[in-house]
Ligand binder design. Structure first.
Ligand SMILES: Cc1cc2nc3c(=O)[nH]c(=O)nc-3n(C[C@H](O)[C@H](O)[C@H](O)COP(=O)(O)OP(=O)(O)OC[C@H]3O[C@@H](n4cnc5c(N)ncnc54)[C@H](O)[C@@H]3O)c2cc1C
Ligand code: SF4
Length: 521
């Protein structure tokens, strides 16, 4: 090899086969895809999440090799002698006579800082130049983030979403939103009735053999959580990602919006429902968000008798709206947002977050499912576990760590704004203008969990009272300085005042007992 080779780094969440790097075969370019020890220790991951990343990286390396590129696929065995990514890159660059290291813009602040630091030290200490490239993944170009977001300023998701619809001409007609309306949320809040349950579709799952990866994780004593599966059901290649996208469009999309917020335990497919389960494939960049949008709109155009506008709009809002929005909010507000604790919440995570063993049926179901599948859908994350963490005042650092570890799709740029911002209101209102706080009543409306619970959703005090009920009022009372004047919170505060002092005292006393006994609920 010549002395002018280039090392090109592909991180585990940069498996974008359409990237312009791969348009031509460059004999001087060496692609490195490496299982890194440092990535296993910044947080304790769900074992299925690590297996899904490692398997997808392996498949991507094989596909690049097959297409004629030079690829170094390194396992934990190969990288164990290097203390971190930077050391590995310098060692490989020297080994392979590379004068340049190319990398794609990382989506996590932590990695961005690390590669920025390496850019300086590699040049001064080793004469190696680092060059950064775009990931060519997101719809909003990275350099436009500052045009839509301002540091420390609330940006309404709805306003951002409308701008994105217009700019990229998605679901638009003559400059107006298709159907004359931007938002169909009001049509998309159904719960499951008895008759709906049998129709819930069986999820498309895969059987990726990850025996060798699990063996490797054990051998290297990598700390993991969750249920190991030797045949992994998550999509671990571009072909599988496309298959699950197609399955979603034909089978789930017709009811996606309608049952987006619903939960049940009375279906063998309760864990997946009508959700796409595309987040891992998207976040690992095996799918491009615009391809997902095009596939869904194509399906809508071809089967308008089956898919109405509310369903497709509900889905596009998630990909074009929420996903791009949280990424913008993350980058504009990092690193400060990761330290915010606006409500001064300091309680440790109850121990049942790690085994699902609680008498609160909704939480037991959501946590156990997360441990079994490395997956929970949005409303479980927001209104069950997130809502409990908010009401109980759990420490945002611990809650963030739990969400960042447990979910198959958890990468900080998307996990942190959702957890610290949307669920915990720890960001002082940057993301949500009102806290996503709810009593048991909401959970009872949107699920059938309460019917099978040890606790009674109808009562606020007494040993059998649903803990969400007293915690909800305790949350409002203890944070009244922050929320009382918020017009969107006027109704609950009026209801609280109408209760009268003796009822308020009883509820607050009960909530105190609940808060003192979080581990044994
Ligand atoms: C506390 C909390 C933590 C979360 N952590 C993550 C995370 O680590 N990684 C992650 O990808 N999503 C996260 N989300 C957002 C959302 O819950 C998941 O994207 C979704 O549940 C993934 O399942 P799905 O693919 O079946 O989604 P679907 O319900 O089918 O939605 C389709 C797609 O829309 C996108 N999407 C929907 N809502 C959001 C959102 N709020 N933010 C960003 N993208 C969204 C996702 O790409 C998702 O795949 C979190 C939400 C909450 C409330
Ligand atoms: S009664 Fe309360 S704890 Fe039990 S399932 Fe309903 S909301 Fe959850």
């Amino acid at each position: 090899m010549s002395a002018q080779n280039t090392l090109r780094l592909i991180l585990g969440d940069q498996l974008n086969a359409d990237h312009s790097w791969f348009k031509t075969k460059d004999p001087d370019a060496i692609y490195v895809i490496a299982e890194l020890h440092q990535e296993q220790h910044y947080v304790k991951h769900h074992i299925q999440k690590t297996c899904a990343f490692f398997k997808s990286m392996e498949n991507f390396a094989k596909a690049l090799q097959k297409a004629g590129h030079n690829v170094l696929h390194l396992t934990l065995d190969d990288t164990s002698e290097y203390s971190n990514l930077s050391d590995l890159l310098i060692a490989l660059a020297k080994q392979h006579n590379c004068s340049e290291i190319h990398y794609q813009r990382p989506d996590e602040y932590r990695l961005k800082q690390q590669l920025n630091a390496l850019t300086h030290s590699a040049q001064t200490d080793h004469g190696i130049e680092l060059k950064r490239f775009d990931t060519e993944h997101f719809i909003l170009p990275a350099e436009d983030i500052f045009k839509y977001f301002n540091k420390d300023k609330h940006v309404r998701m709805e306003n951002f979403y409308r701008k994105m619809r217009k700019r990229f001409n998605i679901l638009m007609e003559d400059g107006q939103p298709l159907g004359g309306q931007w938002n169909f949320d009001a049509d998309n809040r159904n719960n499951f009735k008895e008759d709906d349950l049998d129709a819930i579709p069986e999820p498309l799952v895969f059987a990726n053999d990850v025996n060798d990866i699990i063996e490797r994780l054990n051998r290297h004593k990598i700390p993991c959580m969750g249920k190991p599966e030797t045949t992994l059901l998550w999509p671990c290649s571009r072909a599988q990602s496309r298959e699950i996208l197609q399955y979603f469009c034909t089978v789930c999309l017709p009811n996606f919006g309608r049952f987006q917020d619903a939960m049940t335990q009375n279906s063998p497919h309760a864990w997946s429902l009508y959700h796409s389960r595309l987040s891992f494939a998207l976040n690992a960049k095996m799918l491009h968000p615009l391809d997902v949008i095009k596939a869904a709109i194509n399906q809508f155009n071809h089967s308008q008798d089956a898919i109405n506008l509310a369903q497709i709009e509900g889905f596009i809002r998630q990909i074009l709206g929420w996903r791009e929005y949280v990424r913008g909010m993350y980058w504009i507000n990092m690193p400060e947002i990761s330290k915010l604790n606006a409500l001064q919440a300091n309680k440790p995570l109850p121990k049942w977050f790690w085994d699902g063993k609680t008498n609160m049926n909704c939480l037991s179901k959501a946590v156990s499912q997360s441990l079994d599948y490395a997956y929970a859908h949005h409303i479980q994350r927001l209104m069950i576990t997130g809502n409990f963490a908010l009401l109980a005042g759990l420490n945002p650092d611990e809650v963030d760590e739990w969400y960042l570890g447990i979910y198959i799709d958890a990468i900080e740029w998307v996990e942190l704004p959702n957890t610290r911002g949307m669920a915990l209101s720890a960001d002082g209102g940057l993301i949500a203008t009102k806290p996503y706080a709810a009593s048991g009543n909401y959970i009872n409306k949107m699920s059938d969990h309460c019917k099978h619970c040890h606790y009674s959703v109808k009562t606020k005090t007494g040993s059998k009272a649903c803990p969400f009920n007293s915690l909800y009022w305790h949350f409002l009372e203890r944070n009244k300085e922050v929320f009382q004047k918020n017009p969107r919170m006027a109704f609950p505060y009026k209801t609280w005042q109408r209760m009268g002092s003796s009822q308020q005292t009883a509820i607050l006393q009960h909530a105190k007992q609940v808060l003192q006994n979080l581990d044994s609920l």
